[in-house]
Every structure is written in C-alpha cells, then in structure tokens.
Design a protein around this ligand. Sequence first.
Ligand code: GDP
Length: 450
Amino acid sequence: VPVIALVGRPNVGKSTLFNRLTKTRDALVAEIAGLTRDRKYGEGKVGEYPFIVIDTGGISGQEEGIDEAMASQSFQAIKEADIVFFMVDVGAGITAGDRMIADYLRRSGKSAYLIANKIDGKNPDVVLAEFFELGMGEAIPIAAAHNRGITTLIDYVMEKLHPKVEPEEETGYLPDEAERAIEHEQLNIKGTKIAVVGRPNVGKSTLINRFLGEDRVVVYDEAGTTRDSIYIPYERHGQDYTLIDTAGIRRRKNITEAAEKFSIIKTLQAIQDCHVCILVLDARQGIVEQDLHMLSFVLNSGRALVIAINKWDGMDADDKQRVKDEIDRRFGFLTFAEMHFISALHGTGVGHLYDSVDQAYASAMAKWQTNMLTRILEDAVGSHQPPVVRGRRPKLRYAHQGGSNPPIIVVHGNLANDLPEDYRRYLANTFRRVLEIKGTPIRFEFRQGE
Ligand code: GDP
C-alpha cells in the first residue's frame, strides 16, 4: 500500500486535504514526546487502490524550538513515504520555508508532487508560473477547501503508481497479487497470516514471543526498516502460520524503545496484509482513543478480528469487573469478534486465542457454492418475505460468492437495490448463522436484475 506524506508550511491546507483524501474522522496519531503537533495517519482509497496518508505539522523555514520539532516531523514523514505531496499556497507565493522543503525533497530522491492549494477562482496559467523556480516541475492546482482538483490529482498519481496493463500482457509484468504471491513464496510465508497490533506497551512482543515459544529458534532478517514489518513463519500443531511483527520483537530492550519502535505505517500495512488481526488491549490502562481508532482501521479493512485483553494476571475482582463493563459499553456494537482475557506474560488464555484465530481464518477464507447460497436465500425469503417496495415485491433470485477475506455475498434479484436496511440485516444474519461464519465481517452486495 503506497504511503503519501503531506508536507508544507503551516496553514497551506494540509489538514483540509488530509480530510478530503481519507474521508473519515478516524486518524491515528503518532505522539512524540514534547510535540504539540503530531503526525496524523489515515487511509484513503481510489477505485480499488488503497493508500495511506500522513499529515505533518509543517515546516516554517525558521526552524527553532517548536518549528524545529515540526520540521523533524515532516522529515520523518518524508522518510516513511513513497510519495510526497508538497503543498504551497497560491496566495502566499514562495517563502524561504518552501525553498528549504524543495531542497530537502530533491535530495531525498522521493517522488514528489508540487501541489498549489487555494487556486480558488484564479487563473492557473498566471499564478502557477512563479512556482517553477522551486525546481519541482509544474504545480498541480487544487482548492482543497472547495474539493476542487482533488480527484484529478489522485487519479494522476494512481495512474503513475498502477499503470494500466492490458489483460493479456506478454510483458512479464505481474499484477500486484501475483507479485506478492511470489514474494511470499520466496520468504516462505505460509498459512494463516496473523497481524498482532496495538499501542506501544500493550504486550504485543510478549504475546509474539509466547506464540513462537522460547525454545524455537526463529531465523529472520532483523534489518527491517521503519515501514516493513517482519514476517515470521512458524508451525503449531502441524499447521502453518505467519506472524506479521509490527512490534520489532528482536531488537527491543526496554519500554521507551517500544514506543520509539512503534510504527503506525507498519500497523496499517500489517492490517491490510493479514488474514486475521489480533488487536491487543491493555486491561490495566483500559480502552483509550487510540485503541478505538486502531479498531476502526481493522473494521474498515474488512479483516477478521480477534480481541485480546492482555495483562489480566494479578488484577483484583473489582478491576476486572470494571474493565469488562467498559468493554461491554464501548465494544457492544462489535458482535462478530471474539474477545479473550489473557496474560501474554504467563501464557494464560493464549491457547484459546488460537481457537478463535483458526475459526476466524476458516470463515474469512471459506468458499461456498452458488447453489448452497441460493438455497439459503430461498429459505430466508420463504420464512420472511421482503416488504413491498414502490408497489412491487422484490424477487430475489440467487446468491453467489463475490470474494473472500472478507467474504462477499452477492444477492441478485429485481428491486434488490431497494431492499430496506432491516431486511438486508435479516438476510445478513441468516447467512451468518447458517454458514456459521465467526470472527470475520461479511460484506453484502445487492445486484439489480430480472
Ligand atoms: P509492545 O510494545 O506492545 O510490544 O509491549 P511489550 O510486549 O514490550 O510489553 C510491554 C510491557 O508490558 C513489558 O514490560 C511486559 O513485560 C509487560 N507485559 C506484557 N504482557 C503482560 C501481561 O500479560 N501481564 C503483565 N503483568 N505484564 C505484561
């Protein structure tokens, strides 16, 4: 998944563009001690291509004190990114700060785009000319606040990232999926891919070490970068698994280091790439905003999910009850995911986690025949007819599977698009129950057709 960093002086409109690109209120924030403005991370999607966006505090050009801290945020973001959107303000002209950023970007060798924001009603031919001297090519005009130029911008960038190829290519070019399959084969990645995610210090590394077992010697490349998680293949009871380690288990010495090694990019990439995500929470800290944001990223990804509430050891009965109440209150909506109260440190409850992981994997990857899905649909309709819509009763004809991880069930019929929400939910619940789908969300699509 490509990572796009937004950089530029304060007030050029980075946050506005960030919100436009991610279209969500959920952002993960990398908190670095002593900073008033942090890096914000969010996900966006154009067509079928997801991307990650990083918003930064901004570089002012007079880097002292807090500005220096902000500059270091921007430089960090540039390092993490594949693509940089360098934003300038059409009305403000070029400043010393802009020259500094342009300079840094040229030296970084990153693929960077110069974005001229606040074009509003102005004539691009006239106002963009001055930005040529930054040496970054032609500026792309947008008006983030008015949502103008953004689709064009993203299409342009995505087209460069994913050049369209003819379906019957003889060029040796491989589409992303196939390329990844080959890469995985080389790395010996097999079986269920598990991503262990969570805030720093919730116990991810401890859990991973528990999974791998003290005596198992795991050989893998320790180098890793800030962005690439390490994949650790292993076997348990004759079954293959691969852990995606976002925590950097081998290199860690202490708790401060845990926080420093924590990478949101790794977390987001791991969620995208796994079959089953284990979200680790810290019972002693309770549920905090960052946990909920991380959860929302897992839910958006459609990945199967198991929740591990860690550090359950040594808590007294009152504290346990308080945590359970809090979980009921805040995660009540989350009906598909299994929850486990565990101690990664002592190994308590860890075996049962695997039961849920296996179950979730099986459901996420299950394959169902069209005739089976159609029979379930017919039975569901038989015992509970869809309500009349615009004077006609919808006639649902058949269902087929449109994908896995998450499973997609496509229901065909006339007026299928017009089914009311509660009837859709009834169908979803029926499929979930009959197919015994556990631990994964299901997506439903309704297709119109006689
Ligand atoms: P990570 O940053 O999420 O990888 O967290 P670590 O695995 O490094 O754990 C952070 C701290 O919590 C360490 O001091 C661990 O020993 C401690 N810890 C982890 N799991 C447990 C647990 O189940 N119970 C208790 N009491 N402490 C734990």
